[in-house]
Design a protein around this ligand. Structure first.
Ligand code: UDP
Length: 360
């Protein structure tokens, strides 16, 4: 039976891979070996997702973390190459836009192994973002590019992908399947809303972790000021990413809402279901807000998920505290119309079929 190797390393990749990995196991037409690069390693940034989402234990854990971008990507490249030489897969699947994505794609490509990129074609057009560099380079060396949106498809067209010999497909966004599949389970398994006493009063769910927001003190302070201005009106609940935690502690930045540790996926889905609005710089959470019919305030200068802006499901505010508060007020008075269906249907199965065809 043919074998594929999936390269995972960061929280959003576990969530995306859970769906496809389950379909691969159910369909039994090829086997999957999972490699965990170790980029995210805390129990609540990694293990919890493998347990809750029943992702098979990785056969390899490379344990590469805690170093800068260059060292991390370089070490991953070296170690993934060793794994690929041992496993000799028919193809390698990489997800999203992290250092693990780029290292996995590059290691495979240099060995002549075909590369599938899940979540291809997204662009922020901001090359200062490490994720933008990773995704552009990964797309260019991938053989099968699975695009979540029409915009992603046209981004690739504009970059000349019609002439690169790779296969570019509109598959839809796999996070749609992930929310649909795990939502009911989270109703049964998560007690976070009750334990935090969030049942009766509306609350705002916030996550902030992007490098552009956490590394610059002025930017981080401004976003927190915006969140604090909302706290006067509504409780803001913020599961705190380790990177943001370090910066807030180091610079003694005050937060007037409720800070909690990063939560597992089941808890996250419950927070999404019960909150009244989301404020985030996360890519994944922007769409999860939409899937749960919650407006989203994006604390970034751009988004790759432009259809959310076009449909009025999200507003971009950067790090300006006044804009954050104004956007909050706007959504207190205006409810987006969620009838418009974005991001495709049966996405995991679409992807699976494309991969199967590609293996044939
Ligand atoms: N997430 C989670 N617990 C948290 C914060 C986020 O389960 O405490 C999930 C979130 O629901 C989404 C994914 O992690 O599915 C997004 O990951 P992240 O924001 O780290 O990365 P991005 O999507 O920005 O690449």
């Amino acid at each position: 039976m043919k074998k594929v190797v999936s390269i995972l390393g960061a929280r959003p990749q576990f969530i995306k891979a859970a769906v496809l990995s389950r379909i691969i196991r159910d369909q039994k037409q090829f086997t999957e070996v999972i490699v965990h690069t170790g980029q995210h390693f805390d129990k609540n940034m990694s293990d919890v997702f493998f347990q809750e989402m029943e992702i098979p234990k990785p056969k390899y854990n490379l344990n590469i973390n805690g170093v800068g971008h260059g060292a991390m990507t370089g070490r991953m490249l070296e170690e993934i190459e060793k794994v690929l030489l041992l496993e000799k897969p028919a193809l390698v699947i990489v997800y999203g836009d992290t250092n693990s994505t780029l290292a996995g794609a590059l290691a495979a490509k240099k060995l002549g192994i075909k590369v599938v990129h899940v979540e291809a074609g997204l662009r922020s057009f901001n090359m200062a973002m490490p994720e933008e560099v990773n995704r552009i380079l990964t797309d260019r060396i991938s053989d099968l590019l699975l695009c979540p949106t029409n915009t992603a498809l046209s981004n690739l067209k504009n970059e000349g992908f019609d002439h690169f010999g790779s296969k570019v497909v509109l598959s839809g966004d796999i996070m749609k399947d992930s929310v649909a599949y795990y939502s009911k389970l989270s109703d049964e398994k998560s007690g976070i809303v009750r334990s935090l006493n969030l049942e009766h009063n509306g609350f705002v769910l916030a996550t902030i972790h992007r490098q552009e927001n956490t590394e610059d003190l002025k930017t981080l302070k401004a976003i927190l000021e915006g969140l604090n201005s909302i706290s006067a009106d509504t409780l803001v609940v913020m599961p705190l990413h380790p990177r943001t935690k370090v910066m807030m502690k180091k610079f003694n930045i005050e937060f007037e809402g409720l800070l909690i540790e990063p939560v597992g996926y089941f808890d996250m889905l419950q927070l999404l279901k019960h909150c009244k609005l989301v404020i985030t710089d996360s890519g994944g959470l922007q769409k999860e807000a939409y899937f749960n019919q919650k407006p989203c305030i994006i604390a970034r200068k751009q988004t790759e998920w432009v259809e959310l802006l076009e449909g009025g499901f999200a507003l971009i505010v950067g790090s300006d505290p006044v804009k954050i508060k104004d956007a909050y007020t706007y959504y207190q008075e205006n409810t987006p119309d969620y009838k418009l269906e974005l991001y495709g249907n049966e996405v995991g199965l679409n992807m699976y079929r494309e991969i199967l065809n590609f293996l044939a």
